[in-house]
Design a protein around this ligand. Structure first.
Ligand SMILES: [Zn+2]
Ligand SMILES: [Zn+2]
Ligand SMILES: [Zn+2]
Length: 281
């Protein structure tokens, strides 16, 4: 039995049979929807899926002719996808509580990978869908080349967009709030000074959610598509989910933080410095 919840706890569901597949997806839609470098999904037989709470607390966004994307209306975390015709239920792995037992088996859509992310593990990589899914490339939104000192980004549906100056920091956070809020292995964020950031459209579409017991931690997402968007921190900077970037930020991740809370199913294989909690810098 494996349970999963969103960041705010409104969505709660469980799987009563083991997962039989787990993979990382680097497609541009997943990167935008989760606000991260890649999304990780675990699939189980649909008969093993059961809602505990929150079935009606999700918003649906039709991201393409082929499918819908689901997210918690309160916190923006990605919800489960049920595919009864195909016989399986898909769980965004960042929302799993505990160890699901299974480990990631492949990377797909590496042809759409974020330019700032390097895959350093030895799992098989597929340009688009793997052959067992029928191949094909799906949708991709190419990332524009870097313009020196300028960041441009947007949500999945395109209603929210922003621009910013050069970032002063980039890191990946493995804390349970980032994992549940982004529904991914970890969040990766770019930081810019508050005066270097500007919304170019759609600011009124943004929903913010702050974890009640947290000092600072919160998330912001597009009400229409659920994609993670930047959020102003009371500490004087904007936190930009790196998956929302449309340009190469130039900067690369400088640290893994809160690795003491890392997902048991995710292994860090790069040489970027790791910190058990916050980084000293
Ligand atoms: Zn939620
Ligand atoms: Zn994807
Ligand atoms: Zn949107």
């Amino acid at each position: 039995m494996t349970k999963a919840t969103c960041l705010c706890g409104a969505l709660e569901y469980e799987f009563t049979a083991p997962f039989d597949q787990m993979l990382h997806c680097h497609c541009s839609m997943c990167r935008k929807h989760h606000g991260t470098a890649f999304a990780t999904f675990a699939a189980a037989p649909v008969a093993a899926f059961r809602w505990i709470a929150g079935k009606d607390a999700m918003t649906t966004y039709a991201s393409s002719d082929q499918g819908n994307r689901f997210f918690c209306s309160t916190c923006g975390a990605v919800g489960p996808t049920l595919m009864p015709e195909a016989g399986f239920a898909i769980c965004p792995a960042g929302n799993l509580l505990g160890d699901p037992g299974i480990r990631p088996q492949m990377h797909m859509f590496v042809g759409s990978k974020a330019p700032w992310y390097t895959i350093t593990d030895t799992l098989p990589q597929h340009e688009g869908y793997p052959p067992e899914f029928g191949g094909g490339f799906g949708l991709n939104r190419p990332v524009a080349a870097a313009q020196p000192g300028v960041l441009v980004g947007s949500c999945l549906c395109g209603e929210v967009a922003y621009e910013a100056g050069a970032p002063f920091r980039m890191h990946s956070c493995h804390c349970s709030r980032c994992r549940r809020g982004r529904s991914a292995a970890h969040g990766t964020n770019v930081f810019v000074k508050i005066d270097d950031f500007r919304w170019t459209r759609g600011q009124s579409n943004i929903v913010e959610y702050k974890v009640p017991e947290a000092r600072f931690f919160g998330v912001a997402f597009c009400a229409r598509c659920g994609a993670d968007v930047p959020r102003a921190s009371s500490r004087g900077f904007f936190v930009i989910p790196a998956g929302s970037l449309d340009t190469d930020p130039g900067i690369r991740p400088q640290a893994h933080i809160f690795v003491g809370s890392k997902a048991p199913w995710f292994e860090i294989t790069d040489n970027i410095p790791q910190f058990t909690e916050a980084s000293p810098a």
